[in-house]
Design a protein around this ligand. Sequence first.
Ligand SMILES: NC(=O)c1ccc[n+]([C@@H]2O[C@H](COP(=O)([O-])OP(=O)(O)OC[C@H]3O[C@@H](n4cnc5c(N)ncnc54)[C@H](OP(=O)(O)O)[C@@H]3O)[C@@H](O)[C@H]2O)c1
Length: 244
Amino acid sequence: MGGATALGLKRFCPDAAITVTARHPETLAKYDGKGMQATLDNVAAAAWADIVVLGVKPWLVKEVLEPLLPELKGKLLLSLAAGIPGTQMLEWTASAGPEGVYTVIPNLAIEIGESMTFASEVTGTPATRKTVLDLFGAVGKVQLVNEKQLAAGTMVASCGTAFALRYVRAATEGGVQLGLYPAQALEAALQTVKGAADLVFEHGTHPEQEIDRVTTPGGITIRGLNAMEEAGFSNAVIKGLIIK
Ligand SMILES: NC(=O)c1ccc[n+]([C@@H]2O[C@H](COP(=O)([O-])OP(=O)(O)OC[C@H]3O[C@@H](n4cnc5c(N)ncnc54)[C@H](OP(=O)(O)O)[C@@H]3O)[C@@H](O)[C@H]2O)c1
């Protein structure tokens, strides 16, 4: 996710000076020729940066953060790690005096500038808030939410990438059973989901309004929808979202 974030920000904010870090040189090699600096030295990267983005697994945040603390004064710290309470982040960072600390949950589409990002403020100012919204607004849509909503946003938007693509996979398999070649069915499923989402975004409608427009009374669309619901479609999606 850190890599996708760096690549997306570089592509859509080309003037941004970005340094990526990792533990292994092989990881950094992926960023060769992408217009970014790369180093295995986290502290040097943090010393040089105005904004430090932590993209490690949640259980590594404390250990990776500690050596960076002397470099964070007056800077912006963005943690991509899901599930770390704001109070915990505050406790770990308070002595460093950062200007702002945010938990930021983008999704994988950040790499192509189409993320749905949720950001929650641990501590900050109107100026740092604007920086976070501008930054992630450049690579998709962003919502500033409270911590409780962050968990919900993570399920809908971050895990949601996998959920949406599982629908695409199912639609593709169904399309093949109906007689399309796999590549034809995949293109059809992807473009249909993309078009449906863009339609609702552009019209500002509720999904059901657009659904009504394509469901001829007694027709095959409503029969398909009802068969999906009978098999538990909406229920399955909601169950997947609220799983503990
Ligand atoms: N996956 C998602 O959809 C998603 C969405 C939003 C947020 N997140 C959050 O993003 C975070 C990262 O998840 P991920 O799936 O991207 O993990 P990942 O694939 O394991 O990537 C973690 C990266 O951190 C690097 N790293 C580990 N320890 C390091 C250290 N001490 N110094 C420098 N770099 C270090 C690793 O480098 P090496 O490759 O060299 O080991 C690796 O490139 C998690 O906290 C997760 O909650 C994930």
